[in-house]
Design a protein around this ligand. Sequence first.
Ligand SMILES: [Zn+2]
Length: 339
Amino acid sequence: MRGTMLYGPRDIRFEERPEPTIVKPTDAIIRLSATCICGSDLWPYRGIANFAELPTPMGHEYCGIVEEVGNEVSNIKPGQFVVGSFAASDNTCVICHDGYQSSCVQREFMSTAQAPILRVPLADGTLVATRDLPPKELIPSLLATSDVLGTGWFAADAANVKPGKTAVVVGDGAVGLLAVLSAKQMGAERIIAMSRHEARQKLAREFGATDIVTERGDEGIARIKEMTKGIGADSVLECVGTQESMMQAIRSTRAGGFVSYVGVPHGVQLDGTELFFAEVHLHGGPAPVRRYLPDLINLVLNEKFNPGKVFDLTLPLDQVAEGYRAMDERRAIKTLLRP
Ligand SMILES: [Zn+2]
């Protein structure tokens, strides 16, 4: 088979790779219905993350049909349609039971999913199967639950979004947009999306944003204060991972409010004194998508919402390099790849 490899900055190749096979008795092999490119894939693509070993395989968002399972897999069966998280987890350890499967004691990060066939470790814990094969038109939304929606949902949950509250979303990438959708689903009364990109503002509004703020940094913070009686927002969802976005989030939050952070941080440093006097709750990290998967899959299957709208470019998998370019140049919000 052919799979996606990153050779260096802006050098993506779709090339011959060994076909995955069962390595451990807890593995499953799935044939992907769709995969996609994550905003976090752009960091190494742009040469910001350093990999000790290049080339490296890419991709961690996936859904598809189970082809084969190891002999210790009991819940997941060949022929089922499944979705899994970007972090494989046993779903049985104490961390998993507490709902933090993305930090499972047996965690393995997925990294070979931009390919037609994928090995999934800890299949019983990682994968969630649907009862029936889903209709084709729901595949993009089901794929979204695997990471981008699950992460946006965690952003809203960790920021304590509640009915009647004001939520601010910092970042208009795919995760930020689905954080807006998640905040809407959780009943936030006012949802302020911070975006200066017209197509993204439009989608944010479709997903439930009530206000758009185009200012950034100190000006952005001043706008949020103005809109919240001078005190700041109840919940601020940081979906970028830069110093500027993190400070914008913390400084836009009222005392006693909640800041979630789900963008992989790059060079973020916090000042202890400022943090002390901000008096906000901080909660974030790699989203425990597995905790939310059953509910999110049901919301999609019952057509309660359409997170798949975040994919504004669909390409055959062998054009994956163009998918990266389109996202890098912000011509596309998120690229779906069809094997
Ligand atoms: Zn675990």
